[in-house]
Design a protein around this ligand. Structure first.
Ligand code: GRG
Length: 320
């Protein structure tokens, strides 16, 4: 590892926080966030009851680490906006967090971003070794499917709805969505790309899963197609804004503020929004995308949680 990278990486470790990484949850989303945390704990307790300690410990470590839980919050916010009221929606919401957590574990591996720090703690492979991290991540995908099936049962959803929920998540997480975005991202390393390709990368690796979260919440509450379309556009634009804001933070925040190493995009020659567009334009783009997302749901009943999530994303883009 070059000396400057080694130095930066040592700094990243030194200013790592002990507790949660970035704390961005507005107080009035705190109740929903606590419901997600509690459900993740309960779900893992049930799901890992018969699993011996070696695989169970890293799985718990990764999932219960202090993340922002924005994807399950989005799913629950969309459910509320579509008129849903059943608390079992928290079980369904675990699915998007589990898929997201698997992607973070793989993203941090030496063969990908080779990151040392995640959610204010050592990355999973640093703590448990690469083979264990790969297996722990792989175990989260079947758990995600289980949380959809069990969430669907607890919500009393008909089987064909549960099948649709599985399909939406599978498409968003796969080669047409998150994994495809990661492929594009890897291919762009060290190359000059334009704004359109940057948006395709960000849509794939981040926005499709957020759009899926919003649509899944709406579908669980039996929303009609036009509102599902609004939710999809809301989640997608918010996801794009979230990734652009993440790129901005990688450039301007400290590792302590982010809970992960800063400067990895530049170190890896990644296609990031500040690199392709410049910092001022990247910040303007976050505002534009969040504004567009807001307009999809503004003025409708029960959209307070969705609008507060949009505020959090806008605040991230405005920088530390
Ligand atoms: C290797 C088969 C295979 C699949 C992996 C690695 C991968 C697919 C996809 C990467 C997708 C990825 C990691 C996108 C980054 C999205 C992003 C902004 C992550 C950070 O999300 P936060 O800030 O994190 O919500 P917390 O920790 O708060 O949950």
């Amino acid at each position: 590892m070059p000396a400057d990278v080694a130095g930066a990486r040592a700094t990243a470790r030194d200013d790592a926080p002990d507790g949660p990484g970035e704390v961005t949850t507005a107080s009035d989303l705190a109740g929903a966030r606590e419901a997600v945390e509690e459900e993740l704990r309960r779900f893992l307790e049930e799901g890992l009851r018969t699993v011996p300690p070696p695989p169970a410990a890293p799985i718990r470590h990764a999932v219960l680490a202090p993340g922002k839980r924005i994807r399950p919050l989005l799913l629950m916010g969309a459910y509320e906006a579509a008129g849903g009221t059943h608390p079992a929606i928290a079980r369904l919401s675990c699915a998007v967090e589990l898929v997201h957590t698997y992607s973070l574990i793989h993203d941090d591996l030496p063969a990908m971003d080779d990151a040392l720090l995640r959610r204010g703690r050592e990355a999973l492979h640093v703590r448990f070794g690469v083979p264990v991290a790969v297996l722990a991540a792989a175990s989260l995908l079947p758990l995600a499917i289980r949380s959809i099936v069990e969430g669907g049962e607890a919500l009393g959803l008909p089987d064909d709805r549960t099948r649709r929920l599985c399909r939406i998540l599978a498409v968003a997480a796969g080669a047409a969505g998150m994994v495809g975005g990661q492929f594009r991202d890897l291919r762009a390393e060290g190359r000059r790309i334009d704004r359109a390709e940057l948006m395709r990368i960000h849509a794939g690796k981040t926005a499709e899963l957020m759009a899926a979260a919003a649509v899944m919440g709406g579908l669980a509450a039996s929303a009609e197609r036009p509102f599902l379309e609004r939710l999809r556009r809301f989640g997608r634009d918010l996801g794009l804004a979230f990734q652009v804001a993440d790129d901005i933070l990688d450039r301007v925040a400290t590792s302590g503020q982010m809970g992960k190493e800063r400067g990895r995009d530049a170190a890896l020659g990644k296609a990031s929004a500040p690199a392709v567009l410049g910092l001022p334009e990247a910040r303007r783009l976050v505002r534009e995308l969040v504004g567009r997302a807001r307009r999809e749901v503004e003025g409708r009943p029960r959209t307070g949680s969705l609008l507060r999530i949009a505020e959090l994303v806008a605040a991230r883009g405005a920088g530390p």
